[in-house]
Design a protein. Structure first.
Length: 338
């Protein structure tokens, strides 16, 4: 397998969250070819109708290489130049899938066994595949999770606390606002109070941050709005309970706060011989809950271009990632590091 052409092929298979079936089938076929050549087993694990995790095992799974199959919208196809491969998912995470598959071929050709691969659905939305995998572990002692980190081992990653805020009012002609009650004004007031919440800082993970990502409401410019909503996300660096209490207080009686998702911040391990970093994004690692072993986080590419119109992954980092994943598997198998 060639890591560049494989990355481009994977990018060109649209797999926006909820539509992972085609890319999963492609990965399943590649792994089927490897198991036919080297021995092992591969399976589709149904998470929801037409949504499957893909799992392959070569011997007893002491170490598992894992990442997700889905991407964020919108889809756009691959292209390449001398230094980069471009396209939706090129760094998050089609290039990582390609590097893991190429590393697997290298390991198997060298006679290495007792490792596995796990590709899951839904990481970009609700971690459905990781939650399902956590409930059905396969005995792995170490999990190498792939996300863009510039090929440096992450010592920790921030968590996520996601909310929906909803407000209601009643309509009236906008020429007579006193006859109505604006849901949008209520929402803006609640959001401003939430923006004033003091956010904590961690000495390793850095500051907790807030993003108000979606706003909706109203019917027309000349109608007082009777409903409004907002979606917001905190990037956690510690205990979420004080923040939950602060959000409830800031929402007050005017807004209904609905917690959608909470993924805790995590501290991660290092290995001798690998550069380290800290990342601000959230991964599937907390969702696995340790059921697939001690987690490590590393992958090619920069999170700064993930989810962006200029998403790309450096070719040099893809080549390096193949070697890194193979080296980590060998090192963890040989050392029994805790």
């Amino acid at each position: 397998m060639d890591v560049f052409s494989l990355t481009r092929t994977l990018v060109d298979i649209e797999s926006i969250t909820g539509n992972e079936l085609r890319v999963g089938e492609f990965v399943f076929q590649l792994l089927s070819d490897l198991t036919a050549k080297f021995g092992g087993a591969v399976e589709r694990i149904e998470v929801e109708p037409d949504r499957y995790n893909v799992f392959a095992c070569f011997g007893e799974p002491v170490v598992t290489l894992s990442t997700h199959l889905d991407t964020v919208p919108p889809f756009f196809p691959s292209r390449e130049d001398y230094t980069n491969i471009w396209g939706r998912g090129s760094c998050d995470v089609k290039g990582i899938i390609a590097a893991m598959l190429c590393a697997t071929e290298t390991l198997l050709a060298g006679g290495v066994r007792n490792f596995a691969l796990l590709f899951v659905v839904g990481e970009e939305k609700d971690s459905a595949g990781a939650y399902f995998a956590a409930a059905h572990p396969r005995g792995s002692r170490f999990l190498i999770n792939g996300e863009p980190s510039g090929n440096r081992l992450a010592l920790g990653s921030k968590g996520a606390l996601r909310y929906e805020l909803n407000t209601t009012g009643h309509t009236a002609h906008s020429a007579y606002p006193e006859l109505g009650e604006s849901a949008i004004l209520k929402l803006l007031d609640a959001l401003e109070r939430i923006r004033q919440i003091p956010l904590p800082t961690d000495e390793v993970l850095g500051p907790c941050t807030l993003n108000i990502g979606l706003l909706s409401g109203g019917r027309a410019p000349n109608v007082i709005p009777d409903s409004a909503s907002a979606s917001l996300m905190f990037r956690l660096v510690g205990d979420p309970e004080p923040l939950r209490a602060a959000v409830r207080q800031a929402a007050g009686d005017e807004a209904q706060d609905h917690e959608i998702l909470c993924i805790p911040a995590v501290r991660l391990g290092s290995l001798p011989g690998f550069e380290t970093t800290v990342v601000a994004y959230t991964t599937d690692i907390p969702t696995f809950g340790g059921q697939w072993g001690q987690p490590f986080l590393i992958g090619p590419g920069s999170i700064h271009v993930a989810h962006a119109s200029a998403e790309r992954v450096p070719k040099a980092q893809l080549v390096e990632a193949v070697e890194i994943y193979a080296r980590m598997v060998r090192q963890l198998l040989a050392s029994g590091a805790k």
